[in-house]
Design a protein around this ligand. Structure first.
Ligand SMILES: Nc1ncnc2c1ncn2[C@@H]1O[C@H](COP(=O)(O)OP(=O)(O)OP(=O)(O)O)[C@@H](O)[C@H]1O
Length: 611
């Protein structure tokens, strides 16, 4: 064996690489035009760093079987072409000393570039097999024009041409589109793509046909830069921009301006509710170039109720240039924009409560969903969110002011059962049965010290029901005995109490554990063998349901004195059935049968009276 080793250089299979990019990095072949436009923009930026008055024009020309992009940018020398164009992954925009710019000039210009990875040009191979770059350097006036021809099989040629081949500095990239990619290079499509990506570019961009007849696709300033005579006119102009961009009229517009990172834009508040997880992305421009119209990373997750359009100088794109690179700058921008939207929300409560209410009415469900995980949002909005309570649909803040202790039910049914009685007894109960509500109400003391929240259990309500005097209890003993026999089958006790409102004859206190215990014992009754034993061993001392008859109610007083057993049974069934219906929970077969029986029984009795 020999220790001698030989050194080799990696070979790159360009076709494989292009395949990888087109299928896994870029979302669509259309990005080729974005990459060409971006290189042209960067080249002009680099040239302007040398000469602030240099022309700044990009022309995209479509013609049968070819497409060219010409810029008045910095151009490349022959050496640059070898170093940057012909070396995949190397970029003049990252390292000092390239493109004829050096030292300080480059350092200051570098932050202005959009590109940085040195792979963008490869996107052209997604639509063409051959790329030709004809370029002349602005940095070295004596340098000849250079023509580079690259092919998707990985070969390239370079030749120098006399200066007359390209009298002015700049670059022209020519593609000969492949037949299978022709749809991306038709004149109509090219115009549409150029406008899509470049409408906010700060240099002139024109799309022309083969004869050079063209039109500028940009030039209108971003809507936030336009001056208006009045704030109302400005609001209307921005709303119109939102309609044309996103197809909705915003509930409100929040202007965004972070001068430190060169960011400007607008956040439009959605007029309809959305699920936080289905939020649409934001439209993010980088130095004017559209980076993505689906960027999710720009705002904190809780700000799902706005869609933004922004243009920023210092955000970094990922290599696909379709998302934002997660770095400290992005985190700081996200925080700052979040703070801006929060300010808007808090400001609304003082400046435009009507709008805040419209906002809450539209987005409260989503706000509730997120507030459970987002403490900031919780603090900000919990006092404003509406909840169903014994005082009606009110905000927690209002409710907490009226009730030092907030009782929360676990289910909607519990709320329905106890709300009228609790309200009459002066208790403050919140319906915690809807998604998120119970969790949220329990967090109120965190943000509103001094308020106290407890889960409501039937015992709390019964404690507010007054015992009747022993004589009345004794007088009703026979009726109560019959009543207990009748509702025993539902595992229910009967008690006589006095409570308000007087109009309520009976209250069925039934909680989840009691119902669970009933279904368990039902199953145990039907099962046999080991299963019955297991179910039997699970028997819990769960509270039974309670039918509370209201001794203040005239109907109950009359019922308590019924002596005829048949009528007493019907009366109990009717009272139980009515209390059951008030709980608004689905009825079981035995309960429907009871209701039927009670109804027919009462009808029969009424007709007897008639005769
Ligand atoms: N129109 C142009 N004018 C001058 N130089 C150009 C032009 N297009 C490309 N180049 C040179 O070729 C290099 C490679 O370009 P490419 O688009 O592949 O990568 P990049 O723009 O540097 O980075 P990214 O991959 O992020 O786009 C650039 O860094 C630049 O030096």
């Amino acid at each position: 064996m020999s220790d001698a080793s030989t050194t080799h250089t990696f070979q790159v299979d360009l076709r494989g690489l292009v395949d990888l990019l087109s299928h896994h990095l870029y979302s669509s072949p259309r990005v080729y035009l974005r990459e060409l436009m971006q290189n042209a923009v960067d080249a002009i930026t680099a040239r302007r760093a040398l000469d602030a008055g240099a022309p700044a024009r990009i022309e995209i020309r479509t013609g049968p079987g070819r497409l060219t992009v010409t810029d008045s940018g910095v151009g490349l020398t022959e050496q640059d072409v070898h170093r940057f164009l012909a070396t995949i992954g190397r970029s003049s925009k990252r390292a000092a000393g390239g493109s004829g710019l050096d030292g300080e000039q480059l350092a200051s210009a570098r932050t202005d570039f959009i590109g940085q990875f040195g792979i963008g040009l490869l996107a052209c191979f997604v639509v063409a097999d051959d790329i030709t770059v004809l370029t002349r350097s602005a940095a070295d006036p004596a340098a000849p024009a250079v023509e580079w021809r690259g092919s998707s099989d990985g070969r390239y040629t370079i030749r120098t041409l006399p200066a007359s081949a390209r009298p002015e500095p700049g670059t022209t990239v020519t593609l000969v589109p492949r037949a299978d990619a022709a749809e991306w290079t038709t004149p109509g499509r090219v115009r549409q793509l150029a406008a899509h990506y470049g409408s906010l570019l700060r240099y002139e961009v024109a799309v022309a046909d083969e004869d050079g007849h063209g039109e500028r696709i940009n030039g209108t300033p971003p809507p936030w830069e336009v001056r208006h005579a009045t704030p109302a006119a400005r609001r209307e102009a921005l709303a119109e921009h939102c309609r044309t961009t996103f197809d909705f009229t915003p509930l409100d517009t929040i202007e965004l301006d972070l001068p430190l990172v060169g960011l400007r834009g607008v956040a439009y508040v959605l007029p309809t509710s959305v699920h936080p997880s289905r939020q649409a992305g934001h439209r993010v421009h980088l130095k004017g170039m559209l980076l993505s119209d689906q960027a999710h990373e720009l705002l904190p997750e809780w700000a799902f109720f706005v869609r933004c359009v922004v243009d920023a100088d210092s955000l970094r794109p990922t290599a696909s240039r379709e998302a934002l690179y997660e770095d400290e700058t992005l985190a700081a921008i996200r925080d700052a924009l979040g703070a801006r939207i929060r300010d808007w929300l808090t400001g609304l409560s003082a400046s435009d409560p009507a709008l805040l209410h419209r906002f809450i009415a539209t987005h409260h469900l989503a706000v509730k969903a997120l507030a459970r995980y987002d403490d900031d949002l919780l603090k900000l909005l919990l006092p404003w969110l509406p909840f169903e309570t014994t005082d009606g649909n009110v905000t927690l803040e209002e409710f907490a002011r009226a009730h030092p202790v907030l009782l929360v039910t676990q289910t909607v049914e519990e709320f329905r059962q106890v709300a009228p009685i609790a309200a009459a007894a002066g208790l403050g109960v919140v319906n915690g049965g809807y998604a998120y509500d119970r969790d949220l109400v329990h967090r109120l003391p965190e943000i509103r010290p001094g308020s106290s929240v407890v889960d409501l259990d039937p015992a709390t309500v019964t404690a507010h029901l007054d015992a009747v005097d022993p004589a009345a209890e004794l007088a009703a003993a026979a009726f109560l005995h019959t009543a207990r026999e009748v509702v025993e089958q539902f595992d229910c006790d009967v008690v006589l109490r006095s409570f308000h409102p007087v109009s309520a004859p009976a209250l069925l206190l039934d909680n989840r554990e009691a119902r669970h215990e009933r279904s368990r014992s039902e199953l145990a009754g039907q099962a046999d063998g080991m299963w019955a034993d297991i179910l039997g061993s699970l028997r819990a001392e769960a509270p039974r349901a309670q039918l509370v008859l209201n001794h203040l109610n005239p109907l109950v007083r009359r019922a308590a004195s019924i002596t005829e057993r048949g009528l007493a049974v019907t009366a109990v069934e009717a009272l139980y059935g009515q209390a059951l219906l008030l709980t608004r929970r689905p009825l079981r077969a035995s309960e429907s049968a009871l209701l039927n029986r009670a109804f027919i029984g009462l009808l029969d009795h009424a007709m007897h009276e008639e005769r």
